[in-house]
Design a protein around this ligand. Sequence first.
Ligand code: SAM
Length: 329
Amino acid sequence: MFLTDKFGRRINDLRISITDRCNYRCVYCRSGTGGPQFPEMPIADYLRMARVFVGLGITKVRLTGGEPLLRRGLAEMVRELGGLRTVEGQPLDIAITTNGHLLAEMAQPLADAGLTRVTVSMDAVDAGEFARITRVPNGYERVLAGIRAAQEAGLSPVKINCVLMRGFNDDQITAFGRFAREEGVAVRFIEFMPLEEDRVWSPEIVVTLDEIVRRMAEFMPLREIDHARSETARRYVFDDGVGEIGIIAPVSHPFCGHCSRIRVTSDGKIRTCLFSVREHDLAGLMGQGASDEDMVGFIVHAVEHKEERHHIGEPGFVPASRTMVHIGG
Ligand code: SAM
């Protein structure tokens, strides 16, 4: 059985937040002034959920947060996920999104445990600017060391997520172009979405796909290459074929029609869209002694009600019921 919503989209990409704690306070994400902290479930409960989802056709599992590397037992969790097989009998694609602060120490153990890929968030390639955005001193060198450790551990190509905000870090576009080529990483710019705690989002602050492509050309022109329909990032290479840039453009070029994702929050609620205003309490169901079959029915029902699309920038836009740090990006 495959999970399919009422718009015919097949859902095969599960994102599990394993904590909503974070050691960074990025300006576009977390204020760090004591927003609600949701409870974490035991790792065994996330694994049970993952097993049931995989039985429904999930092929990719991404662990996120909060900051997932803060969670004890992460490597063991990756190892357990590595033992699961998709309904087609293939190993799962297991990825982590991290701010990279603890990655230098953890890259090798995670690779040994069976991690397939890692995405590191990095919003400036300049130490001072990095500190201004993350609101944490001395992170830049650590994250750079983490990226290099991940490459050495065989987790290549490492992907870098960069959220651009006009007036904060949009001066970094061409520097990131250089960085992608020199470090051998795939840099992916993400358009800023209204999911932050500080409520600073406005359409004017978003640096759009078209603008990024135009401004990168001042360094070197980009050439678009093919990408899978369900992939969030439009993919580009530089004119001379060296270095990859991705652009995730949910605001200016929404891709909801090809969405294949479903999320579980750290406290075990299913979210069928980043911008959901309603959640499905899978942890609550498990707490009542639900069988795997009960969980299957619950998940199928939730997916049937997946939102058609988000409404960013439209009149009457209703903010998501949680901010990004408490959802899991
Ligand atoms: N702590 C980890 C990290 O920093 O990658 C994982 C969690 S973080 C919420 C996941 C991703 O969401 C990061 O790449 C981050 O840049 C992105 N993100 C957070 N807030 C965002 C926003 N308002 N708009 C777009 N992307 C956002």
